[in-house]
Design a protein around this ligand. Structure first.
Ligand code: DGL
Length: 280
């Protein structure tokens, strides 16, 4: 068994790249008192079209790295990694790494909220290829709300548009409309749509503009942060393992300068404390 620091530490948030910053931002708004460490595997992103084995291996490396940085609790702020790696890490790795540490994802808290939002009982999911092919959303939602019909649409062009800072430009319109039309053609009764990728909130204005008014859009940030607040309330031992200093450190597998520049777009503020890390 690897020895990790037992003293309290920051909460870890992981994403393949920048998308998890939208989750971190919401979490810090709801729970500003804790310390946070963000890790983006930018050098190996996107994960969206990678195989199960690779996403699992990369995510496992990131989780271990965050444990080594003192985190007792890690949030996988990436749908693709939550869909493809979270369960294996929870079941197969945590018992051997440290059974007291916890790794949580973004799909379950989103699924839990859906039953109270849809009226028609027809829900659409936008996600990466990996998230949609995994079938994780329909599975999680059906476990909780068997009467809800769930239809997915992969949007492989949306992450590249966001990563290249094209979200607000005219070129993005074509692909926003294309995936919306595809999804609604599959099920015209959809009244609720989940943005099942942490990059997609940056495309929100265009998605909103092309969707019929009666369709609600569910972004994950507030669902995940409120669920985390509730989790810490229900697990006082874990809450005591989280230090309270209000700080945030950023780690990236890419260059620090590149991360600093792009992170500004996701957080709408500039950041300084960025460090490069090697995962293996
Ligand atoms: N942000 C990730 C998600 O929520 C996807 C980005 C990627 O393809 O790596 O699924």
């Amino acid at each position: 068994m690897v020895e990790f620091l037992q003293s309290p530490g920051p909460i870890g948030v992981f994403d393949s790249g920048y998308g998890g910053l939208t989750i971190l931002d919401s979490i810090r708004n709801v729970l500003p008192q804790y310390d946070y460490v963000y890790l983006g595997d930018n050098a190996r992103a996107p994960y969206g079209s990678r195989s199960f084995e690779i996403v699992y291996e990369f995510t496992r490396q990131a989780v271990i790295n965050l444990f080594e940085k003192g985190c007792h609790l890690v949030i996988i702020g990436c749908n693709t990694a939550s869909a493809k790696a979270l369960r294996s890490i929870q079941m197969n790795d945590l018992p051997g790494l440290d059974p007291k540490r916890r790794v949580l994802g973004v799909i379950r808290p989103t699924a839990e909220a859906i039953g109270n939002i849809t009226k028609s009982g027809h829900v659409g999911i936008f996600g990466t290829d990996g998230t949609i092919i995994s079938g994780s959303y329909p599975m999680e939602i059906k476990k909780l709300f068997p009467h809800i019909t769930v239809v997915g649409q992969a949007c492989p062009m949306w992450v590249p548009l966001v990563e290249n800072n094209e979200s607000n430009n005219d070129g993005a319109d074509f692909f926003v409309r294309k995936y919306i039309d595809n999804l609604l053609a599959k099920d015209p009764l959809i009244d609720t749509i989940i943005l099942g990728c942490t990059h997609y909130p940056l495309l929100y204005p265009k998605i909103r503009a092309y969707l019929p008014d009666h369709i609600q859009i569910v972004s994950q940030g507030s669902l995940v942060s409120n669920s985390l607040k509730d989790y810490l309330y229900r697990h006082p031992d874990m809450e005591e393992s989280c230090t309270r200093g209000g700080t945030c450190e950023f780690y990236t597998t890419e260059s620090e300068d590149k991360f600093r520049g792009s992170a500004t777009v996701f957080l709408n503020q500039s950041i300084e404390n960025v460090h490069r890390v090697v995962l293996d």
